[in-house]
Design a protein around this ligand. Structure first.
Ligand SMILES: *Cc1c(COP(=O)(O)O)cnc(C)c1O
Length: 707
């Protein structure tokens, strides 16, 4: 194959630079540019410009360089790009001009940036990816630290028996926007950590996310034994031994990677407890410089921020003392404390006895902690009060900062155009300002509805085309074709449900009373249909059983082809779903959904939520922008399910279906359009990643930076 840079004509030769900076992925003009270059190839590569530039012929590039319209678009995009990368006028630079050299280092196990880089599994990863993109947009002095998993997260296959299969594919580095990181003097970077007496190395990759860099550790290097090379092979696979090794690599190795890059952060942000060992490594550094443990711990406290994500006790990483001793034997000497003191830093009474809990370690040693919604804040303060035995629950220092989503990533280009037209040119920069969105009132019901129908058609087309290709390639049998959305009716009220198949999310709740549901689905005049998608963790058999149960519903002719299950949920499919269905359904067992973010993505596109009052929806619902299921928490899960599903059915029967099908003379559902508009108006600014990152900055980062 001809190297890309030799193939691209001079006149448009920065296309590859653009492809290597994920900024293109959230900039409509840049996406348009690649789409314009070769639309069928754009679709076939699932919007991966790097792969496109490899596959496209030199002749086609030559033709593009002679196409005036293309060159005009190219010049426009490159101008925007250069302006954006300069940074000087960003929010952070104009608000805190004296702090632009204070680096914030953000650690996360997974980053969901784009489907071409599958190093994420679900909400946590998407949040990290969105956070990094917004840090770029706002101009924060920010770097990300994570893992490059050469096999990423699994791809989901669902054979016609409905039991999920996991397929791992090697990520082709040549087709992914990552490159080896280099030291200041241009050397390839490698760091090492000690894992139970053996030195394990990691090389470091760099991903460019707008103005900021993300550094990814990868242990698949020649110096390592085969077992150690596997350490970062896959996301969330392996046992607890594998997990502690990964967490040591991320926490301790991550700090060493920063040092090797010449970066001295003023603040460290641990997204989840996975990276909490960084606290110990930074303490070790201070002790090596002559401080005692208490002084070092006090210093580290000033500069560290921790975010917890799970309201379920079993969802927090814990390791047996025995295992921790095995990996940290001797480390306690280096930081000047005893073995007992060391173990007590993470010591926590679990159901199975005392163990080392990463969340407890982080809560004890980090200076500031937060939860990811207001309700989750309350739940977390109760849950972790024992860490602060002298404080009453309401004084437990865990604040709630509600999650958000990166608006440019999740909004459809069609809605984007509509907003460009009605909200004025400033809306892009000021989309976290509720005042900007008042102008939505100028958009007529008919116009909003027209754009929505377009997006719905795109979703149905996407699903059909996807399964058609699998059928043609011989990868899908007729049952799989049938269950994947080919029978969907573009005119029927369409409910979307897509997320990880963790059991607390209760994907099957809506099937509790099949006959009642059946009456709604099969109604001749007012039919309803539901599209499901989502992966269960490869070790989660109850989750897989849920998928199978729903898959069987999709196969069941008694439900009339009104239920679809589309396999292999990822960011690419998520975009189509949150943009193209009519209602977004969310039925977690309250209070287990710490926040949830897919519903926020839907509201941006005028898709209202039908959700249990849990997570972000407690703050998001205002009586006019969607529908709320007032769940009663009940230790008797069966009773809770029964209670919740009755409200769900009633809302559908009495409010949602009638409203959707009430049309004016032109076929526009006026009342429905008003709910759509209100969903955008009230939810978009408040649950934007911009609002969230500004809050993290003013409430947490600044304090850490200024210490
Ligand atoms: C947004 C998103 C999630 C998170 O969805 P929740 O509603 O928070 O569960 C998971 N997976 C993908 C691919 C997403 O885009």
């Amino acid at each position: 194959m001809i190297p890309i840079d030799e193939k691209i004509p001079q006149k448009i030769n920065r296309l590859s630079e653009l492809a290597y900076n994920l900024w293109w992925s959230w900039t409509p003009e840049a996406r348009q540019l690649f789409r314009q270059l070769d639309f069928p190839l754009w679709r076939r590569t699932q919007h991966n410009p790097l792969l496109m530039l490899q596959e496209i012929s030199a002749a086609e590039l030559e033709a593009a360089a002679h196409d005036a319209a293309f060159v005009r678009q190219y010049n426009k995009v490159m101008l925007m790009y250069d302006r954006e990368m300069k940074n000087g006028r960003s929010w952070f630079h104009t608000t805190y001009p004296d702090k632009t050299d204070k680096i914030i280092a953000y650690f996360s196990f997974e980053f969901g940036l784009h489907n071409s880089l599958p190093i994420y599994s679900g909400g946590l990863g998407i949040l990290s990816g969105d956070h990094a993109k917004e840090a770029s947009d706002l101009g924060l002095p920010f770097v990300g630290i994570g893992f490059m998993y050469p096999q990423g997260y699994f791809r989901q296959r669902i054979p016609s028996h409905g039991w999920q299969e996991a397929v791992y594919q090697q990520i082709d580095v040549g087709q992914t926007a990552i490159r080896p990181a280099a030291t200041l003097d241009g050397q390839k970077l490698k760091i090492s950590v000690n894992l139970a007496g053996r030195t394990v190395y990691a090389q470091i990759w760099r991903v460019q996310v707008g103005r900021i860099s993300l550094y990814l550790l990868d242990t698949d290097v020649d110096e390592n034994d085969p077992w150690d090379r596997e350490l970062s092979a896959r996301l969330y696979s392996g046992d607890s031994e594998m997990r502690i090794r990964q967490e040591i690599m991320l926490g301790i190795g991550g700090v060493r990677a920063l040092r090797a890059l010449g970066i001295q952060p003023a603040a460290y942000h641990m997204n989840e407890g996975h990276s909490a060992f960084l606290l110990l490594e930074t303490i070790r550094e201070y002790v090596a410089q002559g401080m005692d443990f208490n002084q070092a711990a006090a210093e580290v406290k000033k500069h560290t921020v921790f975010t917890t994500h799970t309201p379920v006790p079993a969802g927090h990483d814990t390791f047996s003392f025995h295992m921790v001793e095995n990996y940290f034997n001797g480390f306690w000497d280096e930081i000047g404390i005893s073995r007992e003191h060391f173990l007590s830093l993470g010591g926590h009474e679990e159901e199975w006895g005392m163990a080392f809990n990463m969340t407890v370690l982080a809560l004890r040693l980090a200076g500031q902690s937060n939860a990811v919604s207001q309700l989750h804040g309350e739940v977390s303060r109760k849950m972790w009060q024992e860490v602060w035995p002298s404080k009453p629950v309401n004084e437990v220092p865990i604040v709630g900062i509600t999650n958000g989503v990166h608006v440019p990533t999740w909004i459809s280009s069609d809605m984007h155009e509509l907003f460009d037209k009605y909200l004025g040119p400033e809306w892009r920069r000021r989309h976290d300002d509720p005042a900007v969105w008042q102008k939505l009132l100028d958009i007529s019901d008919a116009e909003l509805w027209r754009v929505h129908l377009l997006l719905k058609r795109k979703l149905m087309g996407f699903l059909r085309e996807r399964v058609r290709r699998r059928w043609v390639d011989g990868r899908n049998d007729p049952t799989q074709v049938l269950t994947s959305g080919t029978l969907l009716d573009p005119d029927a009220l369409t409910i979307g449900f897509a997320r990880r198949f963790a059991t607390y999310k209760r994907a099957n709740l809506i099937f509790r009373d099949i006959e009642r549901l059946q009456r709604m689905l099969l109604d001749i005049h007012k039919p309803v249909q539901i599209i499901f998608a989502g992966k269960a963790h490869p070790a989660d058999d109850p989750g897989k059983a849920l998928i199978q149960q729903i898959y069987n519903m999709a196969k069941n002719n008694q439900l009339g082809g009104r239920v679809a299950f589309v396999e292999d949920y990822d960011m690419h499919m998520a975009r189509y779903l949150v943009q193209g269905v009519d209602v977004w359904l969310n039925t977690p067992r309250r209070p287990r959904e710490a926040s949830g973010t897919s519903g926020m993505k839907a509201t941006l596109n005028g898709v209202p939520n039908l959700s249990v009052m849990d997570g972000w929806w407690v703050e998001g619902y205002n009586g006019a922008n969607g529908w709320a299921i007032n769940s009663e928490e009940n230790p008797d899960h069966n009773a809770q399910d029964e209670h919740d599903v009755n409200i769900l059915y009633q809302l559908l029967e009495d409010e949602i279906i009638p409203l959707y099908y009430t049309r004016d003379r032109d076929g526009v559902p006026r009342g429905w359009s008003q709910v759509m508009r209100e969903a955008i108006r009230s939810n978009a600014p408040q649950f934007s990643m911009r609002r969230m990152v500004k809050e993290y900055t003013t409430e947490l980062y600044l304090k850490a930076i200024e210490s």
